[in-house]
Design a protein. Structure first.
Length: 185
Protein backbone atom coordinates (compact mmCIF):
# COMPACT_ATOMS: atom_id res chain seq x y z
CA UNK A 1 0.00 0.00 0.00
CA UNK A 2 2.84 2.39 0.84
CA UNK A 3 4.58 1.74 -2.47
CA UNK A 4 1.30 2.31 -4.35
CA UNK A 5 0.85 5.68 -2.64
CA UNK A 6 4.47 6.57 -3.34
CA UNK A 7 3.97 5.85 -7.04
CA UNK A 8 0.82 8.01 -7.14
CA UNK A 9 2.65 10.82 -5.31
CA UNK A 10 5.60 10.64 -7.72
CA UNK A 11 3.20 10.93 -10.68
CA UNK A 12 1.56 13.99 -9.18
CA UNK A 13 4.93 15.58 -8.36
CA UNK A 14 5.91 15.15 -12.02
CA UNK A 15 2.69 16.87 -13.06
CA UNK A 16 3.30 19.72 -10.59
CA UNK A 17 6.83 20.20 -11.92
CA UNK A 18 5.57 20.25 -15.51
CA UNK A 19 3.10 23.09 -14.85
CA UNK A 20 4.78 26.19 -16.20
CA UNK A 21 3.65 29.64 -17.24
CA UNK A 22 5.73 31.29 -19.97
CA UNK A 23 8.44 28.63 -19.56
CA UNK A 24 8.97 28.98 -15.79
CA UNK A 25 7.12 28.65 -12.53
CA UNK A 26 7.75 30.23 -9.17
CA UNK A 27 8.45 28.21 -6.01
CA UNK A 28 5.35 29.73 -4.42
CA UNK A 29 3.18 28.50 -7.30
CA UNK A 30 4.73 25.01 -7.16
CA UNK A 31 4.27 24.91 -3.37
CA UNK A 32 0.61 25.86 -3.77
CA UNK A 33 0.12 23.11 -6.37
CA UNK A 34 1.85 20.64 -4.05
CA UNK A 35 -0.44 21.59 -1.18
CA UNK A 36 -3.61 21.21 -3.21
CA UNK A 37 -2.75 18.32 -5.50
CA UNK A 38 -0.21 16.11 -3.68
CA UNK A 39 -0.82 16.65 0.04
CA UNK A 40 -4.25 14.93 0.00
CA UNK A 41 -2.44 11.67 -0.77
CA UNK A 42 -0.21 12.17 2.25
CA UNK A 43 -3.28 13.07 4.31
CA UNK A 44 -4.76 9.63 3.61
CA UNK A 45 -1.70 8.13 5.31
CA UNK A 46 -2.14 10.22 8.49
CA UNK A 47 -4.85 7.93 9.84
CA UNK A 48 -2.69 4.80 9.73
CA UNK A 49 0.73 6.41 10.31
CA UNK A 50 0.96 5.38 14.01
CA UNK A 51 0.51 1.73 13.01
CA UNK A 52 3.62 1.70 10.78
CA UNK A 53 6.98 0.43 11.96
CA UNK A 54 9.73 2.91 12.80
CA UNK A 55 11.52 2.03 9.56
CA UNK A 56 8.39 2.72 7.52
CA UNK A 57 7.81 6.00 9.37
CA UNK A 58 11.38 7.16 8.71
CA UNK A 59 11.13 6.13 5.07
CA UNK A 60 7.85 8.02 4.58
CA UNK A 61 9.19 11.08 6.37
CA UNK A 62 12.27 11.13 4.13
CA UNK A 63 10.04 10.59 1.07
CA UNK A 64 7.90 13.56 2.16
CA UNK A 65 10.94 15.82 2.40
CA UNK A 66 12.24 14.50 -0.92
CA UNK A 67 8.95 15.46 -2.56
CA UNK A 68 9.11 18.93 -1.05
CA UNK A 69 12.74 19.39 -2.11
CA UNK A 70 11.98 18.13 -5.61
CA UNK A 71 9.10 20.58 -5.92
CA UNK A 72 11.11 23.53 -4.62
CA UNK A 73 14.23 22.39 -6.54
CA UNK A 74 16.64 22.26 -3.59
CA UNK A 75 17.94 18.70 -3.95
CA UNK A 76 21.37 19.20 -2.38
CA UNK A 77 20.19 19.94 1.18
CA UNK A 78 19.63 17.25 3.74
CA UNK A 79 16.25 16.90 5.46
CA UNK A 80 17.33 18.58 8.71
CA UNK A 81 18.71 21.70 7.02
CA UNK A 82 15.75 21.89 4.65
CA UNK A 83 13.32 21.65 7.56
CA UNK A 84 15.12 24.42 9.43
CA UNK A 85 15.50 26.82 6.51
CA UNK A 86 12.02 26.46 5.07
CA UNK A 87 10.34 25.95 8.46
CA UNK A 88 8.68 22.79 7.20
CA UNK A 89 7.11 20.35 9.63
CA UNK A 90 8.03 16.70 9.36
CA UNK A 91 5.46 14.16 8.25
CA UNK A 92 5.42 12.82 11.80
CA UNK A 93 4.50 16.26 13.14
CA UNK A 94 1.69 16.63 10.61
CA UNK A 95 0.36 13.21 11.64
CA UNK A 96 0.68 14.16 15.30
CA UNK A 97 -1.39 17.31 14.74
CA UNK A 98 -4.00 15.23 12.89
CA UNK A 99 -4.28 12.71 15.75
CA UNK A 100 -4.22 15.42 18.41
CA UNK A 101 -7.17 17.18 16.76
CA UNK A 102 -8.94 13.82 16.39
CA UNK A 103 -8.40 13.07 20.07
CA UNK A 104 -9.85 16.46 21.05
CA UNK A 105 -12.93 15.84 18.90
CA UNK A 106 -13.34 12.37 20.40
CA UNK A 107 -13.42 13.88 23.90
CA UNK A 108 -16.63 15.74 23.10
CA UNK A 109 -18.51 13.20 20.98
CA UNK A 110 -20.68 10.14 21.57
CA UNK A 111 -18.39 8.00 19.41
CA UNK A 112 -15.44 9.08 21.52
CA UNK A 113 -17.28 8.13 24.69
CA UNK A 114 -18.01 4.69 23.26
CA UNK A 115 -14.40 4.19 22.18
CA UNK A 116 -13.06 5.22 25.58
CA UNK A 117 -15.58 2.90 27.24
CA UNK A 118 -14.29 0.09 25.03
CA UNK A 119 -10.73 0.96 26.09
CA UNK A 120 -11.78 0.81 29.74
CA UNK A 121 -13.30 -2.64 29.23
CA UNK A 122 -10.09 -3.80 27.55
CA UNK A 123 -8.10 -2.55 30.53
CA UNK A 124 -10.43 -4.39 32.90
CA UNK A 125 -10.07 -7.54 30.77
CA UNK A 126 -6.27 -7.36 30.91
CA UNK A 127 -6.34 -6.96 34.69
CA UNK A 128 -8.74 -9.92 34.98
CA UNK A 129 -6.44 -12.07 32.84
CA UNK A 130 -3.50 -11.10 35.05
CA UNK A 131 -5.46 -12.28 38.08
CA UNK A 132 -5.97 -8.88 39.72
CA UNK A 133 -9.77 -9.27 39.71
CA UNK A 134 -11.75 -12.38 40.48
CA UNK A 135 -14.90 -13.11 38.51
CA UNK A 136 -16.63 -16.27 39.70
CA UNK A 137 -18.07 -18.81 37.28
CA UNK A 138 -16.01 -17.50 34.35
CA UNK A 139 -13.27 -19.69 32.98
CA UNK A 140 -9.98 -17.89 32.33
CA UNK A 141 -8.15 -19.48 29.43
CA UNK A 142 -4.40 -19.14 28.96
CA UNK A 143 -4.92 -19.19 25.20
CA UNK A 144 -6.47 -15.73 25.11
CA UNK A 145 -4.35 -13.29 23.15
CA UNK A 146 -3.75 -9.89 24.76
CA UNK A 147 -5.96 -7.38 22.97
CA UNK A 148 -4.78 -3.85 22.19
CA UNK A 149 -7.17 -1.88 20.03
CA UNK A 150 -6.02 0.22 17.09
CA UNK A 151 -7.25 3.43 18.67
CA UNK A 152 -5.27 2.62 21.81
CA UNK A 153 -2.09 2.11 19.76
CA UNK A 154 -2.65 5.42 17.99
CA UNK A 155 -3.35 7.34 21.20
CA UNK A 156 -0.22 5.88 22.81
CA UNK A 157 1.75 7.07 19.77
CA UNK A 158 0.31 10.58 20.20
CA UNK A 159 1.32 10.56 23.88
CA UNK A 160 4.92 9.60 23.04
CA UNK A 161 5.43 12.03 20.14
CA UNK A 162 6.67 15.60 20.31
CA UNK A 163 4.57 18.31 18.74
CA UNK A 164 7.38 20.35 17.19
CA UNK A 165 10.47 19.06 15.44
CA UNK A 166 11.66 22.18 13.63
CA UNK A 167 15.07 22.96 15.10
CA UNK A 168 15.65 26.46 16.39
CA UNK A 169 18.75 27.68 14.59
CA UNK A 170 19.73 31.32 14.79
CA UNK A 171 20.60 33.44 11.76
CA UNK A 172 24.14 33.84 13.13
CA UNK A 173 24.66 30.09 12.85
CA UNK A 174 23.58 30.17 9.19
CA UNK A 175 25.94 33.09 8.55
CA UNK A 176 28.79 31.11 10.11
CA UNK A 177 27.88 28.10 8.00
CA UNK A 178 27.90 30.15 4.81
CA UNK A 179 31.15 31.92 5.70
CA UNK A 180 33.07 28.85 6.86
CA UNK A 181 31.32 26.03 5.01
CA UNK A 182 34.47 23.96 4.55
CA UNK A 183 35.04 23.69 8.32
CA UNK A 184 31.66 21.95 8.78
CA UNK A 185 32.36 19.12 6.35
Amino acid sequence: MISTYKAKIRERIAIVKSCRMFGTSSPTFRRMLLSTYVMPLFTWLFAIFPLFTDCQKDDLSHFYFTCLKRTLEVFHWNDFLFSALFEEKTLENLCYRYWDRYRKVLNSSVDGSLLFEHLAWNTFREQWLDGNFVVKCVYRSRRLIPHLSVICKCLRWVENTNEDSIPLISDLDFDLLSSFSLSFI
